[in-house]
Ligand binder design. Structure first.
Ligand code: SF4
Length: 205
């Protein structure tokens, strides 16, 4: 036994662990994620399975770890939020990127509104799930429109789906607005044909 004493932490509230993550994050202990990411990448043979080189794989999973830490840190406030919530989706996950996509573009924000033309489109499926739960949904061409969306209505909480780098930027915006968020990272990136795990989104909604 590595410790010279026994312990049972089950009596501690969840908020204790959330605070622990927050402190770790704020005091930049999260930089240790580099070591954790490296070990994860090696243990799961990520280079071999994905074709990523070691440096890129480590950098990617450092972001994933930071995103998960931020999710844990914000989960309590996110769940407690009682006002209107919003889901922000990336336009690159649409089934079509040309005029076969019937989404309506609103240049004033700017964002797309999915018209539901294809049942197997990931954006369509995510939009339906979120609307059933009472969320507003925006399909974003980029992260720069987030402040405009958050200013347009007083949202109490946000779910964002994007690549890791965009999620980190989005998280900084949410901090400025004082709004809790949960993030779902893209598992396949690119300019088109991107992909995220719908089940992960369903669990958060
Ligand atoms: S389902 Fe929506 S997002 Fe997907 S291609 Fe059709 S209109 Fe575009």
């Amino acid at each position: 036994m590595p410790y010279g004493f026994t312990f049972d932490l089950r009596g501690l509230p969840r908020s204790f662990f959330e605070e622990l993550v927050k402190l770790a994050y704020d005091s930049k202990i999260y930089r240790k994620v580099g070591r954790t990411a490296r070990s994860l990448v090696k243990r799961f043979r990520v280079e071999e399975l994905t074709g990523l080189n070691l440096t890129d794989a480590i950098s990617l999973f450092e972001d994933f770890l930071e995103i998960q830490a931020a999710n844990i840190m914000n989960r309590g406030r996110f769940r407690a939020a009682s006002g209107r919530k919003v889901l922000l989706l990336p336009h690159c996950a649409r089934k079509y990127m040309d005029n076969r996509c019937k989404a309506v573009f609103d240049p004033s924000i700017p964002t797309y509104r999915c018209a539901g033309c294809s049942p197997d489109c990931l954006i369509n499926q995510a939009t339906k799930l979120a609307r059933e739960k009472g969320y507003d949904v925006y399909v974003l061409p980029g992260g720069s429109c987030i402040p405009k969306i958050l200013s347009s209505r007083s949202y109490s909480a946000v779910i964002g789906v994007a690549c890791g780098a965009e999620l980190k930027l989005g998280y900084q915006i949410l901090q400025k607005f004082g709004i809790p968020g949960q993030a779902v990272p893209l598992l396949k990136n690119g300019c088109a044909g991107t992909w995220f795990d719908l089940e992960e989104l369903r669990r958060i909604l």
